[in-house]
Write a protein that binds this ligand. Structure first.
Ligand SMILES: [Zn+2]
Length: 243
């Protein structure tokens, strides 16, 4: 099950299925989020009780340990899979969580944000997707608020492939560290992939502090994807959000 979730996550990237591919899924209409569970038996979890994204509110104060990231300049290529722009990482970057090493696999973007913080939507959110040796997933999410140009995105954006299904090698390897806010406080909850097959058991870590992005940078991303790529927030169903 865990291995399946990871395989699905990577497969969606590698066979470059994109919106418009009738066998796949999208963000509106007959292939939209409220239809995902019906599109394939593999998507049964999309109707689950522990789904992402969520509105982070009513948080419970807990003694969360500081996040330990060891990020290297390992991002070597960027893929436009029609759903998002995704930077793939070579082995060597990791998040330590619950005594386990979670390898950074890829990061990708959603505009507007998928998670909300106390009801607030942000213009852009990045998901840093990690997996441990057993295929358990941990996602670090960072919100972008409108402001100054984001330097990390300024290096990445001009290299984004314009066509769905296209991939480009990056001129220089990128580190995910450049996307993190200076303050590392975070919220934690248990959720799912926010795209089919919506597999649950994902450890979500949402950074409390946003970083900045310019309106021009958000617009450039939206122009490449052609539509909003955020799944609506899902019911908490009794889950606690720790902060
Ligand atoms: Zn995502």
């Amino acid at each position: 099950m865990k291995k399946l979730a990871l395989a699905a996550l990577m497969a969606c990237a590698s066979h470059a299925a994109f919106a418009g591919d009738g066998s796949h899924w999208g963000y509106a209409g007959a292939e939209g989020p409220d239809q995902w569970a019906k599109l394939s038996p593999d998507n049964y979890a999309c109707n689950g009780k522990n789904q992402s994204p969520v509105d982070l509110k009513g948080t419970i104060h807990a003694a969360l340990k500081p996040l330990k990231m060891e990020y290297q300049a390992g991002g070597g290529e960027v893929l436009n899979n029609g759903h998002t722009l995704q930077v793939g990482f070579a082995p060597g970057s990791a998040l330590w969580l619950d005594g386990q090493r979670f390898e950074l696999k890829q990061y990708h973007f959603h505009a507007p944000s998928e998670n909300l913080i106390a009801g607030v939507s942000y213009p852009l959110e990045v998901h840093l997707v990690h997996a441990d040796k057993d295929g358990n997933l941990a996602v670090v999410a960072v919100m972008f608020k409108q402001g100054a140009d984001n330097k990390a995105l300024a290096a990445l954006w001009p290299q984004l492939p314009k066509e769905a299904g296209a991939k480009a090698a990056l001129a220089a390897p990128l580190s995910a560290a450049a996307l993190l806010p200076a303050k590392r406080g975070y919220y934690r909850f248990s959720g799912s992939l926010t795209t089919p097959p919506c597999s649950e058991g994902v450890r979500w870590l949402v950074m409390k502090s946003p970083v900045t992005v310019s309106k021009a940078q958000v617009d450039a991303f939206a122009e490449l994807i052609h539509h909003p790529n955020n799944r609506p927030v899902q019911a908490l169903n009794g889950r606690s959000i720790l902060d």
